[in-house]
Design a protein around this ligand. Structure first.
Ligand code: SER
Length: 580
């Protein structure tokens, strides 16, 4: 059975039982600041689960797009995903346990045709605060599920996704996956061959902000079932990535990489899962960044890129992203199709950004490991700050080499840096530099050469108006009224590369400000310098007041290339350049 058929059968069945279909909500929760993403179909319904009247009544059904990030590192096996679709039906203060269990049993056995031989369930065993769920047990027994196929677990409990809200015991349904062996008489929920295909949460309680459980005035049913895994087992497959919810993406990866899925499962699954999730997250309005949702998105894209590089893929996120749109082409996903261009462009932008630093970051990582074995907080932070490695990526790389990362040390560095950035943005410590890694040091020295080359090649009136350096590129603003011509750009590049090849020494000295200015040092006049300043000279070519740090010799720079020349403000031009 394919996913479209499953979804249609589910919606049609529950509609025939008086439920109204509601649309899938956004992945970005509208009214819940305590969670980053919509993790289940019940999430957008919380106000109605705690008593508000739903305009469409007490029986609802839908297919909800969800993101769960807790298991990102587990993705790579046959059934963990960050993005998935969830079949959901709700009773908002209407029917309760008995009818809910009867409905889902009918759907599973009559509509989907699952044989009782492959069916088993779990029920809440009770604990110190709440009693055993005898009503659910009796309902399952009355439907013909044998005693041996009912397991009692203390874990059968659903807590709200945020810190407060509706919750209660749940009862889960399992499917015996192997085609060649009949389902054992006695159900063992720890045997992974039993796959969970549904969960009925029996919402009897409300968790308060003090952590207490209060008996809910309105008792609800919240059913959720994963589309991907249900499709897989119903199709007799062992692996979710071979069902129609993933296969087109896997095929695309095979084509692009010229490698087979068999033998490369882990990398291909991670790429397929993470790119699919990223397409949906961008589709719901998030862009990669270093904060919250944007950071999760960045982590997903960058992890996919790392595994892509292992498969020899280059510039691939856009093509693989395209395959996602083919899977989700029904009318529920109009918003995705409408945003296609934007989504693919964001993927490509993030890939371009990260590809430039990934290889160098891996080199740096290996260097650190060769030297120290384990990774301390400062190094982990360097990888994060200068090479764009999400900390989780550093930890994953370290795990593959059986070494440790000092996470506390990283967190301390991160905090220190945040304090420093606050100081920087308060204007107390001006510098165009963000960190001291090799790559930014090289770009910084190149910036001095560019500054001088512009004066020598284009106009002696040019002065620096601003500078900003990231590990990917330098950015230099200067006063000039016209756009540089192609010839001028080429001449500036040639000039800088000529000096690089002269292997000039970079010298650092501390001088009284007056003396430095008298000697013809370049300085930014908008900056208030202290009485004593540091001056960096590159041979006799350039001399600037600057806090550094710089490389020792221009021979360390490589080849200088201008990638963009544009207007930055009236009378101010901006150059972006890289070292290759
Ligand atoms: N909220 C429950 C779950 O996510 C049932 O929908 O499993």
């Amino acid at each position: 059975m394919d996913a479209k058929t499953l979804k249609k059968k589910y919606i049609d069945f529950f509609k025939s039982k008086g439920h109204i279909e509601i649309p899938s909500a956004s992945l970005v929760p509208e009214n819940d600041p305590t969670v980053l993403f919509t993790t289940a179909g019940m999430h957008p319904l919380v106000p109605y689960l705690i008593g508000q009247k739903h305009p469409l009544g007490k029986r609802l059904v839908n297919v909800q797009r969800c993101i769960r990030t807790a298991d990102i590192d587990e993705v790579g096996d046959t059934y963990h995903h960050t993005f998935f679709e969830m079949l959901g039906n709700w009773s908002l203060g209407g029917y309760f346990k008995k009818e809910a269990i009867e409905l889902i049993f009918e759907f599973h056995t009559k509509i989907l045709g699952i044989s009782p031989k492959r069916y088993a369930v779990t029920v809440f065993s009770g604990n110190k605060t709440s009693p055993k769920d005898i009503e659910s047990e009796n309902t399952w027994l009355s439907l013909g599920v044998p005693k041996e196929r009912i397991a009692f677990l203390e874990d059968n409990w659903w807590w709200p996704p945020g810190s407060t809200g509706p919750c209660g015991p749940d009862t889960e349904m399992f499917y015996w996956k192997p085609n060649d062996i009949p389902g054992p008489k006695k159900f063992d929920p720890s045997d992974a061959r039993w796959v969970e295909i549904g969960n009925n949460v029996l919402m009897q309680y409300i968790k308060t902000d003090k952590g207490q459980l209060l008996e809910a005035k309105q008792k609800n049913i919240d059913f959720g079932g994963g589309v991907e895994r249900t499709v897989t087992v119903l199709s007799g497959l062992e692996d979710d990535y071979l069902s129609d919810t993933f296969l087109p993406i896997i095929k695309k990866i095979e084509n692009l990489s010229n490698k087979k899925y068999i033998g490369n499962e882990k990398a291909m699954r991670i790429i397929a899962d993470h790119i699919k999730a990223s397409v949906f997250i961008i589709g719901d309005g998030v862009v990669p960044s270093n904060n919250e949702r944007g950071y999760v998105l960045r982590r997903l894209i960058r992890r996919a890129i790392r595994f892509g590089v292992e498969l020899g893929l280059k510039q691939f996120t856009k093509s693989i992203g395209t395959a996602v749109f083919k899977i989700y082409s029904d009318s529920n996903y109009d918003f995705l199709q409408k945003n296609k261009h934007h989504i693919l462009t964001e993927l490509e932008k993030e890939e371009n950004k990260f590809t430039q630093t990934l290889q160098q970051g891996i080199k740096e990582f290996n260097k650190i490991v060769d030297k120290w074995k384990d990774i301390n907080g400062e190094d982990a932070f360097l990888l994060y700050q200068s090479y764009g490695f999400p900390i989780e990526m550093t930890i994953e790389l370290a795990k593959e080499k059986n070494i440790k990362v000092d996470l506390n040390g990283f967190n301390e560095e991160y905090k220190k840096h945040q304090e420093l950035s606050r100081t920087l943005s308060a204007g107390q410590f001006k510098s165009g530099l963000q960190d001291n890694s090799d790559i930014t040091k090289r770009l910084h020295t190149a910036t001095h050469l560019l500054n001088e080359a512009l004066r020598r090649v284009v106009s002696k009136d040019i002065k620096q108006k601003g500078s900003n350096i990231t590990p990917e590129r330098l950015r230099f603003d200067f006063n000039h009224h016209n756009a540089l011509t192609q010839d001028e750009i080429k001449a500036v590049e040639d000039e800088v590369n000529k000096i690089i090849q002269q292997k000039l020494t970079v010298k650092k000295e501390d001088l009284p400000l007056k003396e430095a200015l008298k000697s013809g040092c370049q300085a930014e006049f908008s900056i208030k310098y202290p009485d004593k300043v540091t001056v960096y000279s590159i041979g006799s070519y350039s001399k600037e007041i600057c806090m550094g740090p710089h490389v020792d010799n221009t021979s360390q720079l490589g080849c200088f290339k201008i990638i963009k020349e544009e207007s930055s403000a009236s009378g101010i031009r901006r150059i972006k350049a890289v070292l290759e």
